[in-house]
Design a protein around this ligand. Structure first.
Ligand code: S3P
Length: 445
């Protein structure tokens, strides 16, 4: 993808308060799934508010290569003409996944129960990420893999048709692994079962039910048992994608940290399996008010009014980690300016994201003058008590091709004395292409 070739450094300077009203783009998880489920339905699905970032476009490209017709109209509505479950075609070339783990793992699930062969390639960041976690259950279903050492990309998989229904207990809390097995189950005779000991984002379950799949979720003592009946027929849907809470997170933290801010972030998805960051920030003393709570496309949504606040350090309960797994980098920034100590634990999964986010954020924030102790499964942060971070002087923060490191450290720059220079802003386009424009808009008092 383009961002891998053209590093674009930038210094983020302290600036004006964030004010007015902004709306963040569509949810990344829901956008990927809208395209995938639309591609498997019989007939035409439409999606409004789809995130037009590089990751979602990688999904669109792969689905086109396997036979779906996906078109954007001038008014921004996307139409997806599906091939039906079981109807994916053999792609003629490798599927280029760029930076996107979600595209890779979910599409591997789709291919697993089709009689086709597909090769997946990705950028330097994605090629380091573990795919064994999906190779294992999909092999049990009958798919066959040739991967790079350590179960990594590039890899080639041969799907099984018919695949074998399995019962699979997730060994890691991962919505991507859960979704890969459920998507393979769509074209597998019988009932495929996923047992999820720790709840993760549930967009796959909600959306597949909306598309007419026979899917049930039973909860026993906090463990979720998800059954999907295969050889499903999916009915096309008209989808409205809510705004991405993971993108809103950067503006929410920026407004909390920059004195004088009073910002409305409109149209934020607040699915309980996604929204724990806002509760943690409120527990730290953050003023985050929900306005006009409503339902958009089956997901709870509100506008968030955020005012500059004095934050206090907190011990973050590891049980909430899956519901804010992508938000820890920016929480670490908030904690760096809080009064007292913030302790986070149970975050081993952060080491296998687009970068090792514990080490990357510890190094980046230390460079900007924060007091950070890196532990095996979390960071301990001694906050400044509201004083701006000193900022970076000679050195640049390394973003490791990780959009969330780039955006988190941009927020740190706004809350610094001398600014924070990062080595590359281009990865931001994977999930939030309008980030810098919205930042300029919100800061133009
Ligand atoms: C996602 C699941 C999460 C998250 C990623 C999107 C999804 O990954 O980090 O950004 O859409 O299912 P894991 O399943 O690896 O935790």
């Amino acid at each position: 993808m383009s961002h891998a070739n053209t590093p674009t450094p930038r210094r983020f300077l302290p600036g004006a308060p964030l004010t007015g009203r902004i709306a963040v783009p569509g949810d990344k998880s829901i956008s990927h799934r809208s395209l995938m489920f639309g591609a498997l339905a019989v007939g035409r699905t439409t999606a409004k508010g789809l995130l037009e970032g590089e990751d979602v476009m990688a999904t669109a490209g792969a689905l086109r290569a396997m036979g779906a017709t996906i078109v954007r109209s001038d008014d921004g509505t996307w139409t997806i003409d599906g091939v039906g479950v079981g109807g994916l075609l053999q792609p003629e070339t490798a599927l280029e996944m760029g930076n996107s783990g979600t595209s890779t793992r979910l599409l591997m699930g789709l291919v697993a129960s089709h009689g086709i062969t597909a090769t997946f390639t990705g950028d330097a960041s994605l090629s380091k990420r573990p795919m064994g976690r999906v190779i294992e259950p999909l092999s049990l279903m009958g798919a066959d893999f040739t991967s790079s050492p350590g179960g990594r990309l590039p890899l080639t998989m041969r799907g099984a048709h018919p695949a074998v229904a399995i019962e699979y207990r997730l060994p890691v809390a991962s919505a991507q692994v859960k979704s890969a097995v459920l998507l393979a189950g769509l074209n597998t005779p019988g009932v495929t079962r996923v047992i999820e000991p720790v709840a993760t984002r549930d967009h796959t379950e909600r959306m597949l039910t909306g598309f007419g799949a026979e899917l049930t979720v039973e909860e026993v003592d906090g463990t979720r048992i998800i059954d999907i009946r295969g050889e499903a027929e999916l009915k096309p849907q008209d989808i409205i994608v809510p705004g991405d809470p993971s993108s809103a997170a950067f503006f929410v933290v920026a407004a909390l940290l920059v004195p004088g801010s009073d910002l409305v972030v409109a149209n934020v998805g607040l699915n309980p399996t996604r929204a724990a960051l806002f509760d943690v920030l409120r527990a730290m003393g953050g003023s985050i008010e929900e306005l006009d709570r409503r339902d958009v496309g089956g997901e709870p949504v509100a506008d968030l009014r955020v005012r500059h606040s004095d934050l206090s350090g907190i011990e973050v309960d590891p049980a909430v980690a899956p519901s804010m797994i992508d938000e820890f980098p920016v929480l670490f920034v908030a904690a760096s300016l809080a009064k007292g100590r913030t302790v986070t634990t149970g975050l081993d999964e952060l080491r296998v994201k687009e970068s090792d986010r514990l080490t990357a954020m510890a190094e980046a924030l230390t460079l900007a003058g924060a007091k950070i102790e890196e532990r095996e499964d979390g960071l301990v942060i001694e906050g400044t008590g509201g004083e701006p971070l000193p900022g970076t002087s000679g050195d640049r923060v390394t973003t490791h091709l990780d959009h969330r490191i780039a955006m988190s450290m941009a927020v740190a720059g706004l809350a610094s004395r001398d600014g924070v220079e990062i080595d590359d802003t281009s990865p931001i386009a994977t999930s939030f292409p309008t980030f810098e424009a919205l930042l300029a808009q919100a800061s133009a008092a």
